[in-house]
Design a protein around this ligand. Structure first.
Ligand code: FES
Length: 342
């Protein structure tokens, strides 16, 4: 059974079937909607159902309160239509996401660490692919499935998409990346996606928090900030299980030595007496909480696994006075059900 979904602001319509979430149906139709994690944990896709019936399942209470549900709000990434719907979603948020589908050729494969591969994609010369620093793309892997990966290069590097792909044991796509993928292979991509991007109209100091390959979109943000001459202080907190997880060391060192107002704090979570690590230890969001008594004047961008994002959101907002509209997150999971960054 199919239903018509209409956007109140401009009357744009698309079709969704019983099985699809509203977000997936919109992406299939290349209709822009606000979105982030597609896992019900970031709240980026919040919108209001003006009319119609729908099911909503599998989301975090912290991002959609009972009062908001009562008022007709929903998370579009966890919503399935049960009748035709009319939606009210913020136009400004939609403008960040004008997804396109296109082929992309692999131009570079480089092992960044034992379990992280850099994959550069060359885009067709005939296509214009504009994105904002921090956004991500979907790669189609067949049978209607996709995998999502953050773009690691800044928007100014035109025609290329740089990805940092972590090997997931048993992961259908990432096993392929590490074993069979070759330069010149063709992938089908969709993007740009996500409302996780640098807000350039703010003057707040920036705190970036990344776990593992959550470094990738933060790298894009930093390189873009350098390109536009952003003067706001930037602190990068990067969490990894062990010291080997901090790949691209020369780059982070160059930021430390050459970028005024920049601080870099790598944080190791798995303590091993023989790893030689003399830096910070523990959970990466805990390091931020320890360093900042008050985040009320800051802006935080966090990218990593959903538990880290949830913990950071709670700690920063409840205990460090970070305003809700100053917390931006890109939560990815490595599960077998979409959305995944496998
Ligand atoms: S909660 Fe829907 S995109 Fe994150």
């Amino acid at each position: 059974m199919s239903y018509q979904i209409q956007l109140l602001a401009d009357g744009q319509t698309f079709t969704a079937n019983d099985e699809q979430t509203v977000i997936d149906a919109a992406l299939d139709a290349c209709v822009a909607l606000p979105l982030g994690c597609r896992a019900g944990v970031c709240g980026a896709c919040k919108g209001k159902v003006v009319s119609g019936e729908f099911d909503l399942a599998g989301y975090g209470e912290a991002v959609l309160s009972a009062a908001e549900r009562e008022a007709g709000f929903t998370l579009l990434c966890r919503t399935r239509a049960r009748s035709d719907l009319v939606l009210d979603v913020p136009k400004a948020e939609r403008d960040a996401n004008k997804p396109q589908k296109m082929p992309a050729r692999i131009s570079r494969l480089e092992r960044l660490s034992e379990d992280v591969m850099r994959v550069d994609l060359q885009l067709p010369a005939s296509e214009t692919f504009d994105f904002r620093a921090g956004q991500y793309i979907d790669i189609s892997i067949g049978d209607g499935e996709h995998r999502s990966f953050s773009i690691a290069n800044p928007p100014e590097r035109k025609g290329i998409i740089e990805l940092h792909i972590r090997l997931v044991p048993g992961g259908k796509f990432t096993q392929h990346v590490f074993s069979d993928m070759k330069a010149r292979d063709i992938l089908r991509i969709k993007g740009p996606l996500g409302n996780f991007y640098l807000r350039e109209d703010s003057d707040r100091p920036i705190v970036l928090v990344g776990g593992g390959t959550g470094f990738a979109p933060l790298k894009s943000i930093i390189e873009h900030a350098i390109h536009i001459g952003l003067k706001r202080p930037i602190a990068l907190y990067w969490g990894a299980r062990n010291p080997a997880g901090f790949y691209m060391r020369e780059l982070t060192q160059s930021w430390q030595s050459g970028l005024s107002g920049f601080r870099y704090i790598p944080v190791v979570s798995d303590t091993r007496p023989d790893d030689g690590w003399t830096g910070r230890r523990g959970m990466v969001h805990e390091a931020v909480r320890a360093d900042y008594a008050d985040l009320s004047q800051h802006e935080v961008y966090a990218c990593g696994a959903p538990p880290m994002i949830e913990a950071a959101r709670n700690a920063f907002m409840r205990e460090r006075a970070l305003p809700e509209d100053a917390f931006f997150s890109d939560a990815f999971s490595f599960a077998s059900a979409p959305p995944v960054k496998d």
